[in-house]
Design a protein around this ligand. Sequence first.
Ligand code: ARG
Length: 592
Amino acid sequence: MQKILDLISEEMKQAFEAAGYDPELGKATLSNRPDLCEYQCNGAMAGAKKYHKAPLMIAQDVAEKLQESSVLSEVSAVAPGFLNMRVKESFVRDYLRDMSGAEKFGFQTPGSKKIIIDYGGPNVAKPLHVGHLRSGIIGESIKRICRYAGHEVIGDIHLGDWGLQMGLIITELQKRQPDLIYFDDSYEGEYPKEAPFTISELEEIYPTASAKSKEDEAYKADAMEATYKLQSGVRGYRALWDHIIAVSVADLKKNYVNLNVEFDLWKGESDVHDMIPGMVEEMKKGGYAYESDGALVVDVKEETDTKEVPPCMILKSDGASLYNTTDLATIMDRMENFHPDRLIYLTDKRQDLYFEQVFRCARKTKLVNEETELIHIGFGTMNGKDGKPFKTREGGVMRLENLIREINEEMIRKIQENAETKGYEIDMEQAGETAKIVGLAAIKYGDLSNQASKDYIFDMDRFTSFEGDTGPYILYTIVRIKSILAKYEEQGGKLTDTVIQEATNVSEKSLMLELAKYNAMMETVCEEVAPHKICAYIYDLANAFNHFYHETKILTEEDQEKKAGWIALLTLTRDVLETCIDLLGFSAPERM
Ligand code: ARG
């Protein structure tokens, strides 16, 4: 379907032409004076010079041609030459009827690219913390948006499952349980199926090991040795590593399910280990990589740089690979096995320069094709109310699980409070389930309603509020609509028999015009990969709906056709809202 603004512009163009002016002047925009009109056109001002005529006269000529329009009503030329207009009720009605019947509300999805999104990026054996929250939330939403736009999208978690962190864990395990069969080099039999640790032990082992290695040189040397043995394939070490991955991934999966975040691929840094030597060889052969102070580097600075872009280091002087090395090898792997047109990475924006280096290196060394798009979406920090990175009350790193638990508790409290003020009983078990759904919306909306690159303040009280620009407010609105629709059905009405009618008052028309913006909004969201614009839209839409709701006695309306029309309008509003929140990665409960 065409965007409503394009249809209006079309009408304006014809009028400009009919009045003898250049049709290109007929571009309509949303009104910046909603008190005066719904749409406006400033074309007459632009035409004044060309036609040596007062803009007001041009505007009057055009307005005259629109007196009979089936699209516009109340077209007026106002000084110094603006055209103010409203759209006909029948035109909006027809537009929304078409939207209701069309797939994706008539949104055209031109996407045809193959995209890989690298998000989440948790490290095994380490608990998820709020830093991983943003990558998961934003990545998931972007994945859904790109799919909605028609692209083929693969989401890859890109686990941090290689390198020194693994050596540290193995070392600490060996200190604690030196007799484990995994450390017996002469053992040739099969290793046990059960892991010799639980996830909680694992999560305690890593920080302990990491702290020890910072103080104790010998310990660190052991960990490096263990890393080396693991990476060179020592059997017992590989078997232990398999256990670490299995225990950790099972726990991660549980956490991501709770977040409603899904990955198509659970690949990790380790998967490309074997590709590194070949890649390095190619980079040397191509003349791109050279030795500098013992390390192997590729220059990536460009003449137009205004800041210093250091060379991309491929191998350390001891021959060990780095974070970049695995990222580059992963690009190679993705290109060979998936042939993507676009690669999108989601990490903290502090990795901006890092990805600039990696991307330049990938291009220069021809790991990607010329047309392959490499995009890094760097997000800001989630801060506490003190404006500093979010911490626990004790000042430690906030585990994601705990954060979610706190939100859920707060949500249960708010649900109870709401029930009390409204005077109805709630079932505590159900309230718990509802709190999970609403709590997730609170976290996700709180995050996604900000432009990704900006820092934001995690404000529990505000995020969980049922009022204002929040997830719970959006869900509350959806639940309200659902409840009206359910009552309509209880009264014997059939939802499928209803059709949208002409608006009969201002708030109804505003709601209709808000719905009509859907196509344009979605186009921008997809082009700019900007989930925050979905949030802004649904907030406006929810406001428009609630305004209408407060002014209209829907279920007691005597005129059945009018009532059915409202029900159809509510159905469309609910469907649009639910589609939007699905793209943000959350859903609405049946009641709240
Ligand atoms: N594992 C990394 C971390 O926790 C994030 C990985 C991001 N993705 C990537 N391809 N480098 O910081």
